[in-house]
Each structure stands twice: as structure tokens, then as C-alpha cells.
Design a protein around this ligand. Sequence first.
Ligand SMILES: [Zn+2]
Length: 115
Amino acid sequence: MESLFCLRCNQELEPGHKSVAVYMFSQTVGVRPRQKSGARRICFCPRCSVSLAMGPAPEGALNVAAWQMIRDLVGADPTLTRAAWETLHGVVEELPATGTDGIAPPARTAGYFEF
Ligand SMILES: [Zn+2]
């Protein structure tokens, strides 16, 4: 099975773990024969899903469409928010007591939605 990574933070999403998947495909309308693109699956980890949903609207029509869908999911049920809280709780416990010495911030590859 192909590995999936969160589009925003690049964290690997293991099969069966909680995440949000956005599926996209496009097709022609009113054109014969009808053409259909391949489908793409874009994933977000719970923390990024909740962060995006709680954050301001992004720029761009496609970004806004995806953002509204993620907001619907995050707003409908606290499961994702709880999963995000649990990962955050785990991260906090892994940090050394002295603070941020020697800890480089994680490399950010894709900042936001990149369609
Ligand atoms: Zn993420």
C-alpha cells in the first residue's frame, strides 16, 4: 500500500490512522467523448485539519472549497479535534524540560493547499 503524507506538514499517515482525505478529479462537460482525469487523494493529519478548519479562509477558489469541506467535517464531530489534541499532547511530552535547545523546527515543505 502506498504511503500517504499530510499535504501541510508532510507527516506520514499510517493506514487506519485518523486523517481527512480530499478527493479530486475533473471531467469535461458537454464534450463527446467525455474526458475524465485521474482522481487524486489529498490527505491532512488531524492536527492540520483542525488547524485549517479553525484558521482564516485561504486564498483561491479551490482552496476555499476544500477548506469549507474540512470545516464541515471538523465542525460536525469532535473526534478529529480529540485526535489532534492527543497528538499535540504526545508532542508536548516528548519535548525536553529545558525548552527548545537543539530542537530545529520541522522542515515545512508544502505550506498550504497546493492545487
Ligand atoms: Zn499535518
